[in-house]
Design a protein around this ligand. Structure first.
Ligand SMILES: [Zn+2]
Ligand SMILES: [Zn+2]
Length: 437
C-alpha cells in the first residue's frame, strides 16, 4: 500500500494534504478534479457502453492504493481499499450519459456521436450530470486515501454502468458484487440536482425515487373502411377509451395519499384518413413508491385494457396484449430512515442549516436502491447536491420550472460547486461511517 501512496505523491498533481482541513485539501484538488470533469463531459458514453470512463479512472484509483477489478456487470468497476478492522462502506458513482444533443454552449460541450442498441447514430451528452458524480468520486477517493490514518474498515468504491436504463446495479449484483467483493453494511450515493441551488444538500428520508415501470399495450381491433365502421372494431376509439379509463387508477382506485403516475407517452396507430387500422400501440410509464401500489397499477392496466376491449365487442382472439417490460423496470429507492436522518444531521452540523435541507421525494427513477432493497443488513442513502448556478437560481426566485431540468440539452450545473460539495459530503460521511473505535 505504501508503494501506491508514493506513486500517488509522485504524480504531477498536488499531493493529498491530510493534515489540512478537509475543505482546504479539496480546494487544492479542484483544478485536477475540474480538468477530469471537463474531460469526462466532453467524452460521454451511453449506458452499458462505458469503456473509456472506467479505463481512465481505474488506473488513477490503483495509484491511490485501491485494488480495482474492471468489467464487473459488463462495464462496471469495483475499487476496494482494506484499512484495518471495521465496517464495510460502499460509495457508488454512475458513469453513463444520455442520447441527447448538447446545447449548453460550454467550451467543452460534447460533440460525441454514439450508437443506440439498434445501431442508430445519436448525439451523446452528460445531461444527467454523472460527470460531476465521477469527478466527486475521484475527489473522495483521493481524500480517503490521504486520510487513511483517520478511519478504519473497508472502503468499496463502485463505478456503476447503465444507471439511465436501470440495468447497471442489477448487472453488478448479478455479476457477484456481494460475493466476489466485501459486502457493505452501508451504501452512499449522491446525484446532482436541478431542484436545488448549487452547494445545497438535500436528503429525503424514506422513499426518494420511484418504482419505474414501462408497459406496452397492443390494442387490437378489426380494421376496415373508414366509411363502414359497423364492419370493424375500431382500435383507435378503443385505445382512446383505455387511455381515459387508465386515469381512474390514479383518481379512483388507489389511496389518494399514495403518490403514483400513469402516463401514456406514445399513442401510435393508423396510416390514412379513411382506413380503420387493425391495431394501435400504446407506451406507458408507470410510477409509484410502495410495492402494493405498483402491483395495483400493473394489475389494473391489464384489467382495464381487457375490460374496455370486451365492452367494445372485440373478439376473444383479439384481446389487447399488455407487456410489462421487466428488463426496463427500476425499483424505488428507499433511503433507510436511520441512516438518512443521521446523514442529514451530519451534513447540517458540517455545512450549516442553510446548506442542508429535506427534499420531498421525486417520481424519477434511480437504480441505486437495488443495493439495499429487500436486505435489512444493508443501509443506504442517495442524497442530492444542488447544481443550479446561484445567479440563475436568484434570477427566477428559485422557481426551477423556469430552468433546465436534468436530462435537458441545456443542463449545465455549477460543476465546481457540485464537485467540491459532494466530495466533502461523501468524505465526511465515509469518515463518520468508518470512524475508529
Ligand atoms: Zn438521468
Ligand atoms: Zn442520473
Amino acid at each position: 500500500m505504501k508503494r501506491f501512496l508514493l506513486l500517488a505523491a509522485s504524480l504531477t498533481l498536488p499531493s493529498p494534504a491530510a493534515a489540512a482541513p478537509l475543505s482546504d485539501a479539496i480546494h487544492a484538488d479542484m483544478p485536477q478534479l475540474m480538468a477530469l470533469y471537463r474531460d469526462l463531459h466532453a467524452h460521454p458514453e451511453l449506458s452499458m457502453q462505458e469503456i473509456r470512463t472506467p479505463a481512465l479512472l481505474a488506473p488513477q484509483l490503483r495509484k491511490l492504493g485501491f485494488v480495482v477489478t474492471e468489467h464487473v456487470g459488463k462495464t462496471g468497476a469495483v475499487a476496494v481499499m482494506k484499512n484495518g478492522p471495521g465496517p464495510v462502506l460502499m460509495l457508488r458513482a454512475d458513469m453513463d450519459a444520455l442520447p441527447v444533443k448538447e446545447n449548453t454552449g460550454l467550451p467543452f460541450a460534447s460533440t460525441v456521436i454514439g450508437k443506440l442498441r439498434d445501431g442508430t447514430p445519436t448525439p451523446v451528452m452528460h445531461a444527467c450530470g454523472h460527470d460531476t458524480h465521477l469527478a466527486s468520486f475521484m475527489g473522495t477517493a483521493r481524500r480517503l486515501a490521504a486520510m487513511k490514518d483517520q478511519w478504519s474498515g473497508t472502503l468499496v468504491m463502485l463505478l456503476q454502468s447503465g444507471e439511465e436504463t436501470g440495468e447497471g446495479a442489477k448487472a453488478m449484483l448479478d455479476d457477484g458484487l456481494y460475493t466476489r467483493f466485501p459486502k457493505p453494511g452501508t451504501v452512499f450515493a449522491f446525484h446532482d440536482s436541478a431542484m436545488l441551488p448549487a452547494g445545497v444538500i438535500g436528503v429525503t428520508p424514506g422513499y426518494t425515487t420511484a418504482n419505474v415501470d414501462s408497459v406496452d399495450i397492443l390494442v387490437r381491433g378489426v380494421g376496415g373502411h373508414g366509411a363502414v365502421p359497423q364492419a370493424t372494431k375500431d382500435p383507435i376509439v378503443l385505445a382512446s377509451r383505455i387511455v381515459l379509463t387508465l386515469q381512474t387508477l390514479i383518481s379512483r382506485e388507489k389511496n389518494p395519499l399514495d403518490p403514483a403516475v400513469v402516463t401514456v407517452g406514445s399513442f401510435q396507430g393508423g396510416t390514412k384518413n379513411n382506413v380503420i387500422p387493425d391495431d394501435v400501440k400504446l407506451q406507458l410509464t408507470v410510477r409509484s413508491y410502495k410495492p402494493e401500489v405498483r402491483k395495483l397499477l400493473l394489475d389494473g392496466i391489464a384489467r382495464i385494457a381487457r375490460g374496455e376491449a370486451i365492452a367494445a365487442g372485440v373478439p376473444d382472439d383479439r384481446m389487447p396484449v399488455v407487456t410489462v417490460l421487466a428488463n426496463q423496470a427500476t425499483p424505488a429507492t428507499f433511503n433507510t430512515e436511520k441512516l438518512a436522518n443521521h446523514a442529514l444531521d451530519l451534513f447540517k452540523s458540517h455545512f450549516g442549516a442553510d446548506r442542508t435541507t429535506i427534499l420531498p421525494p421525486l417520481m424519477v427513477g434511480e437504480d441505486v436502491g437495488r443495493y439495499w432493497l429487500d436486505d435489512p443488513s444493508v443501509e443506504g442513502t442517495l442524497f442530492w447536491v444542488g447544481g443550479v448556478p446561484r445567479a440563475k437560481w436568484d434570477a427566477v426566485g428559485g422557481d426551477t420550472t423556469k430552468l433546465p431540468s436534468l436530462h435537458s440539452a441545456l443542463w449545465a450545473p455549477d460543476a465546481e460547486t457540485v464537485i467540491a460539495t459532494a466530495t466533502e459530503a461523501m468524505t465526511i460521511a465515509a469518515l463518520d461511517t468508518l470512524k475508529k473505535s
